[in-house]
Write a protein that binds this ligand. Sequence first.
Ligand code: 3HC
Length: 311
Amino acid sequence: DEAPLEKAFDATIGAGDRIEPRDWMPEKYRQTLIRQVAQHAHSEIIGMQPEGNWITRAPSLRRKAVLLAKVQDEAGHGLYLYSATETLGVSRDELTRRLIEGKQKYSSIFNYPTLTYADVGSIGWLVDGAAICNQVPLCRTSYGPYGRAMIRICKEESFHQRQGYELLMTMMRGTDEQRAMVQESVNRFWWPALMMFGPPDGDSPNTAQSMEWGIKRHTNDELRQRFVDMSVPQAEALGVTFPDPELQWNEERGSYDFGEPDWDEFWQVVKGNGPCNTQRIAHRKAAYDDGAWVREAALAFAAKARADEND
Ligand code: 3HC
């Protein structure tokens, strides 16, 4: 009889406490967490591609070193999050298979190309800035391993956002061409960054349940609004504008009003028809296939070590 277990689960959630791997949990809660945490991990791993594209072409050794450190951090974030997902009873191999077969998603933002070096700054400032808005509340998510992974990740994201903003500030203090490159990059990344927060609450099938379970602490629209309110003053300090004629301060609301993202574009990208979806998955599949011999060798070595132990 699961009734007492369900009661204990509901009491833990109701008290705002953590559910840990060995606790009883509703199967749907487990599946929702596997879905969200795995897709978060996939986002970190795929996100290395657009930025990695500029490591060999960074304009100075310092910029190369900073970008290298950031991309390596993203790999680490992916590994923390795959480890958190494994506590829910699914293997990393299985998750990678679901990603490569398109059965699981990753953040839409990484299906856009990085066409100029200023994109490295826009990704740090806007994409990691949006990620911070979304991830800080996740430090208090009801599933223990996920929340604890977030605490470490958020600390590193702050460095990612700061280095991107400083890169753009440096370019804005440069030549007219550099300033134009920054503005063109911001124009391309602004709306896709707003789409990172997910569809409007009214079109979000998962938000209500995730809020009830304390997986989400805020809705998609609430976090999107928080990100806009945070970003406008930063854009003013930088000397760039956002490509949204409806963006303006609303005294009554104490927030910025802003235009509607192109949700058709959003769903096209989520469905796999974005500018870089095929390339991103093909690259991930090639890396997985090229690494098969390493996995086989490690498994063979571990089996041999176990056999030797038993001799
Ligand atoms: N990209 C791709 N798919 C998206 C999406 C996006 N931006 N926004 C929503 N979706 C998908 C959802 O996954 C869901 O599909 P599914 O049921 O097959 O998973 C569907 O669209 C409906 O969206 P919902 O709002 O109902 O789904 P969620 O409740 O899961 O909310 C979310 C979406 C806000 C992204 C939530 O999953 C979340 O907070 N995830 C954790 C944060 C995350 O994944 N961040 C990735 C950002 S990139 C990053 O962190 C790297 C950084 O270091 C730069």
